[in-house]
Design a binder for this molecule. Structure first.
Ligand code: ADP
Ligand code: ADP
Length: 219
């Protein structure tokens, strides 16, 4: 469960996120849709405790991210896939994360397999990965602790159509098992087929939200 209430972020005199409120329920995928610069990343960064809000609150299962006992095991986060440690191999990145989170080492290979990064890819340096491979690694990282909540910022960027189709199935499956997913994109076609609900943001403000079918029927 994700709850965002009156979340606001100002940088100097500029308001990046303006009084944003929404909730994401267990068993559902929420598409967070808006053009570049709309405030999606800033909202997600506040949700994940990386940026302090100017006002408002963001909680995961009723608790602010920074007060979660073991955040990696409760919420899986994929923010900027291009920011991963370029000098390490995919397997090293996950093994380090597993050690930090207290996740059994065998989960590293389970999750690499789940996201379609085979043994050869896992041995290569992340710096040599395509963006699509980085997204897959980022997703493996987010899933590593078997969290109940996923927050994914533009995870389809750099994936090919087959990869987008694959990720859609994985996220649908995660939600169908009772998970909560918040998935951002600047492209309607990347979220409409998987999202039960849409939160549409523009200029830092929520301009529409509701069930995907109802919203698109009105459009
Ligand atoms: P999106 O993820 O929808 O592309 P962002 O949340 O990245 O949008 O950005 C929203 C607005 O906030 C943009 O105008 C962006 O330039 C601004 N912004 C984001 N981060 C910062 C920052 N650290 N300092 C100043 N402005 C920022
Ligand atoms: P089976 O149902 O055949 O035992 P799994 O339950 O392991 O197989 O996986 C079925 C589907 O669920 C796969 O397509 C996989 O992508 C997805 N899946 C498995 N584990 C997870 C997980 N922890 N999070 C999200 N998706 C998962």
């Amino acid at each position: 469960m994700i709850e965002v209430a009156h979340l606001t972020k100002r940088y100097g005199g500029r308001t990046a996120v303006d009084d944003v409120s929404f909730t994401c329920a267990p068993g559902s995928v929420t598409g967070f849709l808006g053009p570049n610069g709309a405030g999606k990343s800033t909202t997600m960064r506040m949700l994940c405790g990386l940026t302090p809000p100017t006002a408002g609150t963001a909680t995961v299962c009723g608790v602010p991210y920074r007060r979660l006992a073991n955040p990696g095991r409760e919420i899986g986060v994929l923010l900027d896939a291009s920011a991963q440690h370029a000098g390490r191999t995919g397997r090293e990145v996950l093994a380090l994360a597993a050690a930090v989170m207290g996740v059994p080492r065998r989960e590293v290979d389970v999750k690499l397999d789940l996201v379609g990064l085979g043994a050869a890819a896992a041995r290569r340096r992340v710096g040599a990965y395509s963006l699509g491979m980085r997204q897959r690694l980022g997703l493996a990282h987010a899933l590593l602790g078997d969290p109940r909540v996923l927050v994914l910022d533009e995870p389809a960027n750099g994936l090919d159509p087959e990869g987008i189709f694959w990720m859609r199935g994985l996220l649908r499956d995660f939600a169908d098992r009772g998970g909560t997913v918040l998935l951002s994109s600047h492209l309607l076609r990347e979220v409409e087929a998987v999202a039960d609900r849409l939160v549409v943001i523009g200029g830092g403000r929520v301009v529409a939200q509701g069930g995907t079918e109802e919203l698109l029927a009105d459009a």
